[in-house]
Design a protein. Structure first.
Lengths: 166, 485
C-alpha cells in the first residue's frame, strides 16, 4: 500500500534578546546552575510578569518575514501543567489570540507552505539526572521563545528540511 | 483629629518618642494578642530598629513623611524580605521571602513601624479567619464573635489598638467585611491603583491591596502614600490625585445610587441603620437616585467560578520543591508533590482548587469559565451605565453582623452568600469603603458600603468622610491610655 507523507511543523525558536521574557535576568547560555534567576523567573509567590518589549518586536518581525497578519490586540494565556522544571505550574504562552497568524513561506519549488500562527511563550528550566538523583537548573526558565506552527502542507523530507532551514 | 495625624503630632512635638510609642503598641499586643490572635508573628526587633531611626530624624529636626513612625501591621500574604510570610497555611510554613512586596517597600522607605504580620483565612479564602492554620481571630468588640475575614487579623489589630492601621487584601470583601464586623473603616481601592507585586495571589484579576483604619481620613492618608505606579505590576496605573486634599469637598448635590436588590435578605437592624445613614446624606443635600441591579443574583456564581479558577492556577506552584513545607517521606517526585499538597493545604483551599480545576478543564471550560467571563463583561457595562447617573452607590457592607465562633464553617454555601454586597465591587474593579453606621441588638457594629466609579476613589473617601464627620465624635488616644475603654 502506498502512503503519502503529510507533515505540519511546530518549531520553537529561541529569541536572541539580552534578558528573559518576563524579568531582567540574562538569557546567556550556560553559567553555574541557578545563577541566572530571580524571584520572578523562579515563580516565587506574589511575583508578577512584565513582558519584554523586544520579544514582541522580534515576534512581529518573524511574522512579517513569513507573510503573517499581525494582531493589533494580542494577549498572553496560562497553560497549566505540573512539572518540577516549571516553577509556577503554568507556562505563560498564547492560546486564542497569537501575535501573528495566517502567513506562508514559499519553497524554492514555488510551493507555498501555510503558516497557521506564530506565538510567544517562555521556556521551562531543565532537569539534570545524575547518579539516581534529579537536580533542577532554572537558568533557562523564562528564556523567550516563538513557536511557528505550519499547516500540514509538507509532503516530503526534503520539503521539511528546506522549511526549517528557511 | 485622626489617629495617624494625632500620632504624628505627638512625635513632632516630642511629646512621645517613636521608641516609646512603639513600646506602647508592643505591650498592647502582648496584653491582648493571646486572646484575640490578631498577629501570627510580632516583629519587635524590626519595629524598634525603625523607631530608633525615626527618633534620630526627629532629633535632627527633619520633617516626617506622612506615614513615618506610624506603627502598623501587614497581612501575612504580603511578602516581607527575611520575615516569614505564610498566608496562614501550613504549606508556606518556614518560607522567608527573598524580596519585598512593593507596598512594604514603600512603607519601609517612609520608616513606618512594622509591628508584625496579621492572621488571615488560609490564602485569603474564608470569611472568619477560621480557615487559618493558626486558628480564628476574635472580635475586639466582643470576643464571643469572630473578627471576620479574610483580613480579620488586620481588623482586630486596628480595632484593639494593636496597630494604627493595617494593610490587607480584598478579593471579594476581605477588607470591607472584617472592617464592618469590627466597627472600622475598610477601604478597597480601584483595581490597579495600588501595586499587587509581592502580594501572594489568590485570584489575580480580583485581588487588591487595601487598608483597615480607625477612620476614613486615616484610610485616605495611607492610600495617598501607597497609590503609586509600579513598573513591576503590569496592571498598575497608580493615581496622582491626593484624596486627602479632596476630603472636605461639599456633598451638596452628590448623586447617591440605591438599588433594592442590595437590601434583599439583609438583617433588619442593618437595613434600619443604612436607611438612617441615607437620611443623613439627604439632610446634607445629597440626591438619592434609585436604580435596578437585576444581575446581582448572578454575580456570586460568576465570582466563585472566576476566583476558584484563578486560585487553582495560582496555587499550583506550592509543590514543596523550592520553599515552604515538604512532606516527610515519598518514593518519587509525583508522590512528593501529591503528599505535600494533601498535607499542606486546608479543607477550604482544597475545595476551591478542585472547583477551579473543574471549571477550567476541557469540556467544561465553555460552560463555566467562559460564560462567567462574558457575564463579568456585562456586569462591568451595567456599572458603567449606573455611574453615568450616580456619583456613588450606597449599600449595606454585609447582610449580617459578626458571626459567632464556628458559625461561618457550618455551611460553606451560606457563608459564600454573605459576600453578596462586596463581591460586585471586585468583579468590576471598583473602589469601595465600609464605614460603621450603627450597632445591632447585641451591640455589634454595622457597616455600610460606599462604591464609586473606577479611579474615583476620592469621591468614595469624601462621601464616607462627610458621613463620619457628622455622626462620630473623635476621641483619639494612644493604646493603654488611662482613658481607654
Amino acid at each position: 500500500m502506498d502512503y503519502e507523507l503529510v507533515v505540519g511543523l511546530e518549531t520553537h525558536i529561541e529569541l536572541s534578546t539580552k534578558t528573559k521574557i518576563f524579568c531582567q535576568c540574562t538569557t546567556e547560555f550556560g553559567g553555574a546552575p541557578n545563577t541566572h534567576c530571580c524571584p520572578i523567573c523562579m515563580g516565587m509567590p506574589g511575583t508578577l510578569p512584565k513582558l519584554n518589549k523586544r520579544v514582541v518586536e522580534y515576534a512581529v518581525k518573524a511574522g512579517l518575514a513569513t507573510n503573517c497578519k499581525i494582531r493589533n490586540v494580542s494577549k498572553m494565556d496560562r497553560k497549566n501543567y505540573v512539572y518540577p522544571d516549571l516553577p509556577k505550574a503554568y507556562q505563560i504562552s498564547q492560546f486564542d489570540k497569537p501575535i501573528c497568524y495566517e502567513g506562508f513561506i514559499r519553497l524554492s519549488s514555488g510551493k507555498s507552505i501555510n503558516i497557521n500562527r506564530i506565538h510567544i511563550e517562555e521556556d521551562a528550566g531543565k532537569l539534570v539526572h545524575e547518579r539516581g538523583d534529579t537536580y533542577i537548573d532554572y537558568n533557562r526558565g523564562g528564556v523567550p521563545l516563538i513557536e511557528i506552527v505550519t499547516e500540514p502542507d509538507l509532503r516530503s523530507i526534503e520539503e521539511v528540511v528546506e522549511e526549517t532551514q528557511d | 483629629m485622626s489617629r495617624i495625624k494625632y500620632i504624628q503630632k505627638l512625635l513632632e512635638t516630642k511629646e512621645i518618642s517613636c521608641v516609646e510609642l512603639t513600646e506602647k503598641y508592643l505591650s498592647s499586643i502582648e496584653k491582648q494578642n493571646s486572646i484575640l490572635n490578631a498577629y501570627v508573628n510580632v516583629t519587635e526587633t524590626e519595629a524598634l530598629n525603625t523607631a530608633r531611626i525615626v527618633d534620630k530624624k526627629i532629633a535632627q529636626g527633619q520633617k516626617l513623611m506622612p506615614l513615618e513612625g506610624i506603627p502598623m501591621s501587614l497581612k501575612d500574604n504580603i511578602s516581607t524580605k527575611d520575615i516569614e510570610t505564610t498566608c496562614c497555611s501550613k504549606i508556606l510554613q518556614g518560607y522567608y521571602p527573598i524580596f519585598d512586596a512593593t507596598v512594604w517597600e514603600i512603607l519601609k522607605k517612609q520608616n513606618s513601624v512594622l509591628l508584625g504580620k496579621t492572621n488571615m483565612d488560609e490564602f485569603a479564602m474564608g470569611s472568619s479567619c477560621e480557615t487559618s492554620c493558626f486558628g480564628a481571630t476574635l472580635n475586639p468588640v466582643n470576643t464571643e464573635y469572630v473578627a471576620g475575614g479574610s483580613s480579620g487579623g488586620a481588623a482586630a489589630s486596628v480595632g484593639a489598638d494593636m496597630a494604627a492601621f493595617g494593610l490587607g487584601s480584598d478579593t471579594g470583601g476581605s477588607i470591607r467585611q472584617p472592617a464592618a464586623f469590627c466597627g472600622l473603616a475598610g477601604f478597597k481601592p480601584t483595581y490597579g491603583t495600588v501595586s499587587r507585586y509581592g502580594v501572594v495571589a489568590y485570584a489575580s484579576s480580583l485581588d487588591q491591596v487595601g487598608f483597615i483604619a480607625d477612620s476614613v481620613e486615616d484610610a485616605s492618608i495611607v492610600y495617598d502614600s501607597l497609590s503609586a505606579y509600579d513598573p513591576k505590576d503590569s496592571t498598575s496605573v497608580g493615581s496622582k490625585i491626593s484624596t486627602e486634599d479632596k476630603l472636605n469637598s461639599s456633598i451638596k448635590g452628590l448623586k447617591i445610587g440605591i438599588a433594592d436588590e442590595f437590601f434583599e435578605g439583609i438583617q433588619d437592624d442593618i437595613k434600619k441603620s443604612v436607611n438612617a445613614a441615607i437620611k443623613v446624606y439627604e439632610e446634607s443635600g445629597a440626591e438619592i437616585i434609585h436604580f435596578e441591579m437585576p444581575k446581582l443574583k448572578t454575580i456570586l456564581p460568576v465570582y466563585f467560578i472566576i476566583s476558584c479558577a484563578e486560585a487553582s492556577s495560582n496555587l499550583g506552584r506550592f509543590d514543596g520543591i523550592r520553599y515552604g513545607y515538604r512532606t516527610n517521606s515519598y518514593k518519587d517526585v509525583n508522590e512528593m508533590i501529591c503528599k505535600t499538597r494533601s498535607e499542606g493545604f486546608g479543607k477550604e483551599v482544597k475545595r476551591r482548587i478542585m472547583l477551579g480545576t473543574y471549571v477550567l478543564s476541557s469540556g467544561y471550560y465553555d460552560a463555566y469559565y467562559k460564560k462567567a467571563q462574558n457575564l463579568r463583561g456585562s456586569i462591568i457595562r451595567d456599572f458603567k451605565k449606573i455611574f453615568e447617573k450616580c456619583d456613588v452607590i450606597l449599600t449595606p457592607s454585609v447582610p449580617v453582623t459578626a458571626f459567632k465562633k464556628g458559625e461561618a464553617l457550618r455551611d460553606p454555601i451560606e457563608t459564600y452568600m454573605m459576600d453578596i454586597c462586596t463581591v460586585p465591587v471586585n468583579i468590576a474593579g471598583l473602589p469601595a469603603i465600609s464605614v460603621p453606621c450603627g450597632f445591632d441588638k447585641n451591640n455589634m457594629p454595622i457597616g455600610m458600603q460606599i462604591i464609586g466609579n473606577s479611579f474615583e476613589d476620592y469621591k468614595v473617601l469624601n462621601a464616607a468622610h462627610q458621613y463620619e464627620k457628622q455622626t462620630r465624635r473623635y476621641e483619639t488616644m494612644l493604646p493603654l491610655s488611662d482613658s481607654r475603654r
